[in-house]
Ligand binder design. Structure first.
Ligand code: AMP
Length: 221
């Protein structure tokens, strides 16, 4: 099952992708997580990506597209994957379509829909594990032990780019550059809207209803 999760920053892509990955046994590939890991490890890619990320801007396509397409060729991707945060503009969407042309293309481009106002509220409360990327929120699910990830024991922190002024910039970039790809996927018959404004468990139930029960999914693997 090859899935792209679309939606504004804060729509819940990361949270749902982590859960879908666990439940359906396919890798979660987050470009944001890849860049953050590079940043933390002080790699050349991390150094180049940093200034864009700090400003809430997109990292240039030449640093992003091959990175993802190479990742999709790895062994663990042969039964499918969940892409979170890629594609982020039309160029990236077209590059992905081209790369998948020989293998039947995507199964779903799931669009998590939500209003900006709710996003701003959600992102003010968002906390993430700096090791595995699991998401928490002060308005909802928080780790059982304060500051410690339930999933991997890593530190749970606020992302630097979740500061209010950077959130507004990221939303503007989303509307300008990423939203047009919703239309792109609609035109090629792949866009599937799912209400991302509901409590996380309710949105997740809609995703499972769409993708089919988990056991059925494992049988196909
Ligand atoms: P995210 O964790 O998906 O919100 O991404 C965090 C930041 O990483 C974004 O604000 C961008 O600066 C960068 N980024 C993530 N994915 C992409 C992408 N597909 N293209 C360009 N920049 C990206």
């Amino acid at each position: 099952m090859k899935i792209v999760l679309l939606g504004a920053p804060g729509a819940g892509k990361g949270t749902h992708a982590v859960r879908l990955s666990d439940d359906y046994g396919i890798p979660h590939i987050s470009t944001g997580d890849i860049f953050r890991a590079n940043l933390k490890n002080g790699t050349e890619l991390g150094k180049k990506a940093k200034s864009y990320m700090d400003q809430g801007l997109l990292v240039p396509d030449e640093l992003t597209v091959d990175l993802v397409l190479d990742r999709l060729k790895q062994d663990d991707c042969k039964n499918g994957w969940i892409l979170d945060g890629f594609p982020r503009n039309l160029f990236q969407a077209e590059a992905l379509t081209k790369a998948l042309a020989d293998e039947g293309g995507l199964d779903y481009a799931i669009h998590l829909t939500i209003e900006d106002e709710q996003i701003v509220k959600r992102m003010a409360g968002r906390r993430v594990c700096s090791v595995c990327g699991a998401s928490y929120n002060t308005n909802g699910l928080m780790p059982r032990v304060d500051g410690v990830c339930d999933r991997c024991g890593g530190p749970v922190v606020q992302r630097a780019d979740d500061a209010p002024e950077t959130v507004l910039k990221r939303l503007a970039v989303y509307h300008e550059q990423t939203e047009p790809i919703v239309e792109y996927y609609r035109e090629i018959g792949k866009e599937t809207p799912v209400d991302g404004s509901l409590p996380m468990d309710e949105t997740y139930a809609l995703l499972v209803a769409l993708l089919g029960e988990k056991d059925g999914c494992h049988d196909q693997d």
